[in-house]
Design a protein around this ligand. Structure first.
Ligand SMILES: [Zn+2]
Length: 324
């Protein structure tokens, strides 16, 4: 009897303790469990296997070396034709559909044949995000200007971007656009500059395809070793906020602090037609080697190409997840 009482007296607290333990476990499962699962998915989605990590700056830098090797690439030159072939073959190998947009530009140097090159990565939706840059170099008399940063860096970045995008299933459709004739022949003016982008925006508006474009992300002079991207003030605010937000999330805010300036660039003909567009550009070379033969491969780095490429990819990932 006594023993039973003792046993009973001991048994009760043990049961309560067990119940409490079970309740605590239930609470953990109910509240902490989902938080852990959601957190894990968010972490996994953005950091563990994020698309932006696939952008390889070293591979992009190899492309840059190859492009620079062709020599000065003004519109209509054999070197630009070689560059065009290189871009087209690389993209075809990666599985992209390649389209050449040929036209004749009326320039102060006469009629010049030009070609925008477009690589298409089809997605589930017909909505399009354009990532663009120019691949020509300024025609500077008597100067072997290879434009490693100015014209080369955008070309290399787009090539590596194509490789990454072709490897994954995308909701949106992507066009990688290499503009011809960004540079002026004599003096920069509304009629002597942006030949390729003006032509393409006009063409797409005429055939109705412009309406499919959700956003245009332009990259220009993004290879400088001492990268400092500015807030280009003609750009569409929500799209620019997405780009700069991505830069911050990736820990690259220091390379995106180049002040706020307006820049006339290949995004302008699209902005004028109501397309949301952002220009990712670094103007610091204007104070040093811009449009001189010093704009060679030594001014650029794989790290800068990788940094901008990854910011573009993180931005694309956000657009793709919210896209229809
Ligand atoms: Zn230039």
């Amino acid at each position: 009897m006594e023993l039973d009482e003792v046993a009973g007296g001991l048994a009760a607290p043990v049961t309560i303790r067990r119940r409490r333990k079970i309740q605590t476990r239930k609470t953990l499962i109910l509240f902490v469990g989902p938080a852990v699962v959601v957190g894990w998915f968010a972490w996994h989605r953005f950091y563990a296997v994020p698309m932006w990590r696939s952008f390889d700056g070293a591979r992009a830098f190899e492309d840059l070396q190859n492009v620079v090797h062709f020599g000065p690439r003004p519109p209509g030159s054999p070197a630009l034709e070689k560059t065009r072939q290189y871009i087209s073959v690389e993209m075809e190998v990666d599985g992209l559909e390649v389209w050449h947009d040929n036209f004749t530009a009326v320039t102060p140097a006469g009629d010049i044949p030009m070609t925008n090159v477009i690589g298409i990565v089809p997605g589930e939706s017909p909505s399009v995000v354009v990532v663009a840059g120019h691949y020509d170099t300024a025609r500077l008399e008597g100067m072997p200007f290879v434009g490693a940063n100015d014209g080369g860096s955008s070309t290399a970045l787009l090539l590596e971007l194509g490789r990454v995008l072709a490897q994954r299933k995308n909701r949106l459709t992507y066009w990688l656009v290499y503009f011809d004739g960004e540079e002026a022949f004599r003096q920069w003016s509304p009629t002597d500059s942006l030949y390729g982008s003006r032509h393409m925006a006009e063409q797409l508006a005429a055939d109705g395809r412009l309406k499919k474009i959700r956003a245009l992300i332009l990259v220009d002079m993004v290879g400088d070793r001492h990268l400092d991207i500015l807030r280009e003030s003609n750009s569409t605010p929500w799209l620019q906020a997405l780009v700069f937000g991505s830069a911050r999330q990736l820990g690259y805010a220091n390379s995106f602090s180049g002040g706020t300036y307006p820049v006339e660039d290949d995004h302008v003909p699209f902005l004028k037609r109501g397309v949301a567009a952002v220009d990712i550009i670094d103007l610091t070379p204007f104070h040093t080697y811009h449009h001189t033969e010093a704009d060679a491969i030594d001014k650029c780095s794989p790290q800068s190409l990788q940094l901008v490429g990854r910011v573009v990819l993180a931005t694309i990932d956000k657009l793709d997840r919210s896209g229809q």
